[in-house]
Design a binder for this molecule. Structure first.
Ligand SMILES: O=C(O)CCC(=O)C(=O)O
Ligand SMILES: [Fe+2]
Length: 298
């Protein structure tokens, strides 16, 4: 029986749900074999959850080493996109080529592929749905984002957005879509990082479309919360929440933030391949990044 089904048979008090009101928004939960009713209630109310120290420092180092390997192989080979999904390419430390958003990583690393299938994530997978699968070669696959604040960076920050833009385009209310991130660097509030407005996943279609200008608006919001993470933490956030990534006030190596998003999918199997075409919004993004690099040229 799932945690939710058990929960239905118990009273709020028995479940300890009255504790929900007193839980601070920056609560770091522990990931166990099941998502507890209290954790589910927190997610329903606020739209996100933080689980502390889900990966060990050793695992984080191995994943980072694998991402660095993929990056240097692809820079060497001159790859610009994978399965029609562009790689965000900028200039990093000492103006060296840098890949700031790498799609499909688990197709190119047995270690990452095995890691994201570790039993410890079973509770997260089942929270999304009993039939949920990991889409290594679907959508953008397992994406690794590396933010850095240097002049050549095409990804120092990310503007306010919700993740259901395609649905919004068709004026359909986006369904709950849970984004599962594994954090690969420490990111205290002072280093920028993920900001979200708790509870906005409950807003209607109008709020999701027009509350802010998607990707253009970077201004802090009085109601925003900084999701402070340490390397090895796992976060879940509802894609209908307004969220953004704040630029680090530091520059160079001190500004680096890396996160990896695991594609848990429930819809029809739609594999991508070398011949897949590039979605329109990715074309727009590529133009924006080229302009940014051009503006920042010496
Ligand atoms: O880097 C993050 O933690 C968030 C990224 C994000 O919101 C996105 O790619 O849609
Ligand atoms: Fe997002």
């Amino acid at each position: 029986m799932s945690a939710a089904a058990v929960a239905e048979e118990m009273t709020t008090e028995e479940l300890g749900l009255d504790a929900l009101d007193s839980l601070p928004l920056d609560t770091r939960f522990t990931l166990g074999d099941e998502i507890t009713p209290l954790q589910e209630a927190f997610l329903d109310r606020h739209g996100f959850l933080i689980f502390g120290s889900v990966a060990s420092q050793d695992e984080v180092s191995r994943i980072n080493a694998e991402v660095d390997r993929i990056e240097s192989e692809w820079v060497e080979a001159g790859e610009t996109s994978i399965n029609g999904v562009p790689i965000f390419q900028g200039l990093g430390l000492e103006n060296r080529p840098m890949m700031q958003r790498i799609p499909f990583t688990s197709c190119y690393s047995d270690y990452i592929r095995g890691f994201i299938r570790s039993d410890r994530f079973e509770a997260v997978r089942r929270l999304i749905g009993e039939e949920t699968r990991i889409g290594d070669n679907e959508k953008d696959g397992c994406v690794v984002n590396t933010y850095i604040n240097v002049p050549g960076s095409v990804y120092p920050r990310l503007g306010w957005h919700t993740d259901g833009l395609r649905d919004l385009f068709y004026l359909r209310m986006p369904k709950r879509m849970l984004n599962v991130g594994i954090h690969l660097t420490d990111c205290p509030t002072e280093n920028g990082g993920l900001r979200l407005i708790p509870g906005t996943h409950h807003q209607g279609l109008f709020g999701m479309c027009f509350h802010k200008m998607h990707f253009i608006d970077h201004r802090p919001d009085p109601k925003e919360l900084c999701v402070e993470t340490r390397a090895g933490d796992l976060t879940i956030h509802d894609g209908r929440l307004w969220h953004r990534v704040e630029r680090s006030p530091h520059t160079g190596a001190a500004s680096i933030r890396r996160s990896m998003y695991v594609p848990y999918l429930t819809d029809e199997y739609q594999p991508k391949s070398e011949s897949s075409s590039t979605p329109v919004y990715h074309h727009l993004g590529t133009i924006a990044r080229k302009l940014k690099l051009w503006r920042n040229r010496d």
